[in-house]
Structures are given as structure tokens and as C-alpha cells.
Design a protein around this ligand. Sequence first.
Ligand SMILES: [Zn+2]
Length: 118
Amino acid sequence: MPKIPECDRCLLYSHNPHIICAVHPDGVDGDSCLDFREDPNAQIEKLWQPEGATYYNGELILQPRQRWTLEEQLELLDWHPLFTGKCPQCGAEYERDYISRVHWDCPNSECGWMDDSV
Ligand SMILES: [Zn+2]
């Protein structure tokens, strides 16, 4: 049954294993179809998802591992350079712009501390 990739998002596609569609029950020759009509609803299945998150019932859900418990947050306050401005391993101070940082690797190249917690 020569279904083409476009069939999956075509308004005419029958979603029936034995029939391609009403217009071309036996499929089409080649890899394009003159009667292809894009189904606007078919794209919902391809929603963009940020890393670590999933769409569930149309809502964006963060995966559990990205959520911090209150205890974990309080613990971070004590040692993480995001809050202290200092390397937890050697105490080296981060640049003043550390608030906007994404990576928290130690500025002291001899220390080598790397952040893998956030
Ligand atoms: Zn360090």
C-alpha cells in the first residue's frame, strides 16, 4: 500500500489500514499527491517541547527532576554560587554579573569545580 509521508497530515487520509483515502484508495504513484490537503489539526501532535518538559492533555508539565523541593532550595542557598557568589570548593568569587550566569563552573581554573546541580 503506497502511502506517502504526507498522508499522515492530510485531511483526506482515511486512517484506515486498508484504504489510503477516498480520492486514492490504492495510494498514489511517486512521492507527492496532487490532492494533498493539509489538516490544520494534525500539527498539534508536533508541539514544541522544552527540554525536560512534556505536553500532557495540552498542558506543559515540567518533569519531576526539574522541580526542587523546599529543602533542596534551602540547601542550595547555603552553598550554591547562584546565591553565595562564591565557589563552594575553593571560595573563589564569581564576577559581579554572576546573577545572569547560566553555567556556574568555578572562575578559578586550578580549582575545576563544575556545577551539575541546576
Ligand atoms: Zn573553585
